[in-house]
Design a protein around this ligand. Structure first.
Ligand code: CP
Length: 330
């Protein structure tokens, strides 16, 4: 007999991939995120998650995702348990598999004695969040699984796009940089594909081009896209330019990194690119971190009005507050 509480599992709101969202749910979450944004500005005392515990279980490094989820939980009156570097300081270092870790934290054998009510998981392996959800007694949020997906980042990204472009439909969106290994782009393309008449430009060096699976996904949905090798050629047609760093931590073959470094001028947001986008009024976002060695957004433009990555990172808090409350209040 299974020890897993199947009924409990079936009721849960896991967030594992971008396709777990839909426009109706996104609208609901964004209304709540806007409410939280205003509440934070007014320093309102919020209490909707008092008594709830979130476990942030990060096997990979993070600044924004981990801290904004933790801040979101604290802001709603909830509590957080965590470990510094789960690969090193959880019992994974002693050979424990992910499944056992998740089963224990989520209290599958004794739900009343679970350690946490929600688990936010970042892991280096594609599919790790799905593996976790299969055995978990509590909802799992995928905070990045290798080169797989990062759905909550994509959610805050479209919140940002809506704020600045005032719509989520009829947009030309450029994706620049490492499109092969960047998990955020995979999630963001899928989310933006749920809205009408969006067109995508994929601007990447050889070796870091968007994956065949994403292209097939777009073809199947009848969504228009093109691939380019130089941002300068298309910047005048782009409403929102989403810049990404080269995922050196996920790239095995050094050759791809060298290829990027040798042709970098075609992919960085320079003063020239900023000026070329003036007429269109293009906004420039980045999920961060920006690699200070590569400067994919040049320091000479990073404080200009249409470069909005710091505001984007800030939206992580109200958007994740909305997400946590929606998951917990089920
Ligand atoms: N955007 C993002 O995922 O940043 P971190 O790696 O710092 O969490």
């Amino acid at each position: 007999m299974s020890i897993f509480p199947i009924k409990f599992k079936a009721d849960m709101r896991h967030i594992l991939k971008a396709d777990d969202f839909n426009p109706k749910l996104i609208e609901e979450l964004f209304k709540k995120a806007l409410f939280f944004e205003k509440s934070l500005e007014k320093k309102k005392d919020l209490k909707s998650l008092v008594g709830a515990i979130m476990c942030s279980l990060f096997y990979e490094e993070s600044t924004r995702t981990r801290f904004s989820f933790e801040a979101a939980m604290h802001r709603l009156g909830g509590q957080v348990i965590s470990t510094e570097n789960a690969s090193m300081f959880s019992s994974a270092a002693k050979g424990e598999n992910l499944e056992h870790t998740i089963q224990v934290i989520s209290g599958v054998a004794s739900p009343a004695m679970r350690y946490a009510d929600i688990i936010v998981l970042r892991h280096p392996e594609i599919g790790a969040a799905q593996r976790a959800a299969r055995v978990s007694g509590v909802p799992i949020i995928n905070a990045g699984d290798g080169a797989g997906e990062h759905p909550s980042q994509a959610l805050l990204d479209i919140y940002t796009i809506q704020k600045f472009c005032k719509r989520l439909e009829n947009l030309s969106i450029g994706f620049v940089g490492d499109l092969a290994f960047g998990r955020i782009v995979r999630s963001l393309v899928k989310l933006l594909s749920q809205y009408k008449n969006n067109r995508f430009y994929f601007i990447a060096p050889e070796g870091l081009k968007i994956g065949q699976d994403i292209k097939e996904y777009l073809v199947k949905k009848g969504i228009s896209f093109q691939e380019n090798g130089n941002l300068e050629d298309v910047i005048g047609d782009i409403d929102f330019c989403y810049v990404t760093r080269v995922q050196k931590n996920h790239i095995q073959d050094q050759k791809f990194i060298e290829e990027y470094q040798n042709s970098k001028d075609k992919f960085v947001i320079s003063k020239e690119i900023y000026e070329l986008s003036e007429a269109r009024g293009t906004f420039f976002g980045h999920p961060m971190p920006i690699d200070s060695r590569e400067q994919e957004i040049s320091p000479e433009v990073e404080n200009l009005p249409r470069v909005i990555f710091l505001k984007q990172a800030g939206f992580g808090v109200p958007v994740r507050m909305a997400l946590l409350e929606w998951i917990y209040k089920k």
